[in-house]
Design a protein around this ligand. Structure first.
Ligand code: IN0
Length: 412
């Protein structure tokens, strides 16, 4: 749907969208003058868009460390993702990546578009990394080393069991949680949160990405990427790619729902982690991707479109999440609402219906028990939306434009 159509259908998206656009324009103008930092921050805006805005709001030292951590991880990911590089070339690069970040001369040509530029000009990232405080450098090096080794292990091995799935997600995302917790602690504002809780924060995000990106990953050229564990999909089909064929639609959706139910297992840890954060900017940095993830799962659950094309939250809803995620009360509210939406989609004939419902009930109980659920804006769409102020304003603007256009035509 075009953006005007989407706004007409969801008029209360309008103000958050305009606010987000303005904030992004403002953030993009705040690029540091030094060439290496300038490169890092403009690259951050290119590869992460709305998330860059949330990084930008962190305190200066932490912001620089997170920006570099993010780019180092994106670069590592670019090497892992490039299916045109042979395994015997890729594995040694992944394993030695933690040493390359100290080397201003190092670069390796791979990836596409913005990622290719990031790889070609990686010396800017190394130069900026070498200016970070020692405790930040140590945390980034340690995570890069463990992640590179883990990725290398899974270049040579498939994700068979649910334990493999959790292990793979630990390497590529759980470790990011461990690293970020160290960076937050090193910045002086947060207690060091436990490895288990930090890991769950990453697993919940990564499992959501893996579910949403089924089609993109399976259609990857020259070689499919497969992250859905055999232990789950083999209950429904013979080969993972069979899920995309129309004749398997019913099984595909059941398998998808099984994957979503698995991801929901991490939500309670994520809520405990977020409730323990003190700094409002760090809180928003952590909470916004989490709310986006539960929103994406609500959209994907029981949705055959996951096997047909791209399923993403509409831009307006993303803007609303960024605008409305400020406190832990907002997070409980969002998780409660998206769990409500998920619950309304559970079909009683789904083989995992009972398990899914019980996980959603547990999440809703945690949110309710916080005592913070009242007085909030809801994400649940009412079946009969009332015309609100934003909609009326929008209508007036459109009518004025049409009127001005017709008047101009008449005078010509
Ligand atoms: C992230 C995470 C992230 C943020 C905050 C706390 C975290 C705790 C544990 C693990 C990860 C945490 O968030 C980003 C979000 C992001 O990049 N969003 C993109 C949208 C998209 O689809 O790519 C955007 O453009 O807004 C994230 O997804 N990952 C990430 C990477 C590095 C860092 Cl420092 C933080 C990637 C991943 C694989 C989930 C860890």
């Amino acid at each position: 749907m075009g953006s005007l159509g989407a706004v007409l259908k969801h008029p209360d998206d309008l103000f958050p969208l305009l606010k987000l656009k303005r904030a992004m324009k403002h953030a993009e103008k705040q690029i540091p003058p030094e060439p290496h930092w300038g490169f890092c921050y403009s690259m951050l805006h290119k590869v992460s868009r709305s998330f860059a805005l949330v990084i930008q709001q962190l305190d200066t030292n932490l912001r620089n460390a997170v920006c570099i951590f993010y780019l180092v991880l994106r670069a590592l990911d670019t090497v892992e993702d490039d299916t045109s590089i042979a395994a015997d070339v890729k594995v040694p690069i992944l394993i030695a990546f933690h040493r390359h970040i100290y080397d201003r001369e190092w670069h390796f040509a791979c990836g596409e578009k913005d990622y290719k530029v990031l790889m070609d000009q990686f010396h800017h990232v190394s130069t900026a990394f070498l200016e970070l405080g020692e405790s930040f450098q140590e945390a980034i090096e340690d995570i890069t080393k463990r992640m590179g080794a883990g990725m290398a292990k899974f270049i040579l091995k498939e994700v068979e069991t649910i334990d493999d799935y959790d292990e793979y997600c630990h390497y590529v995302a759980g470790l990011v949680g461990l690293g970020l917790s160290k960076l937050f602690h090193a910045s002086g504002t947060e207690d060091l949160l436990s490895d288990d809780l930090s890991n769950s924060m990453g697993l919940f995000l990564q499992k959501t990405n893996i579910i949403r990106d089924y089609l993109e990953d399976i259609n990857e050229i020259p070689k499919s990427r497969m992250f859905w564990p055999r232990q789950i999909w083999s209950k429904y089909v013979i080969k993972l790619e069979d899920l995309k064929y129309e004749e398997n639609s019913e099984k595909a959706v059941q398998c998808l729902n099984d994957m979503v139910t698995n991801a929901l297992m991490h939500v309670e840890d994520c809520l405990i982690y977020m409730a323990a954060l003190r700094d409002p900017a760090i809180f928003r940095f952590c909470a916004i991707p989490q709310v986006m993830a539960i929103g994406t799962l609500a959209l994907c659950y029981n949705n055959i479109e996951v096997f047909r094309g791209v399923v993403k939250m509409r831009r307006g809803l993303t803007a609303k999440v960024i605008d409305q995620t400020k406190t832990i009360a907002d997070v409980y509210g969002a998780f409660f609402d998206f769990s409500c939406i998920l619950k309304s989609k559970v079909d009683m004939n789904d083989p995992n219906a009972e398990k899914t419902r019980s996980r959603l009930n547990a999440i809703q109980k945690t949110c309710r028990d916080s005592g913070l659920l009242n007085q909030r804006k809801s994400y649940v769409v009412k079946s009969n939306p009332r015309y609100n102020t934003a909609f009326i304003v929008m209508l007036i603007i459109i009518l004025s434009v049409i009127f001005a256009y017709l008047s101009a035509k008449r005078t010509n």
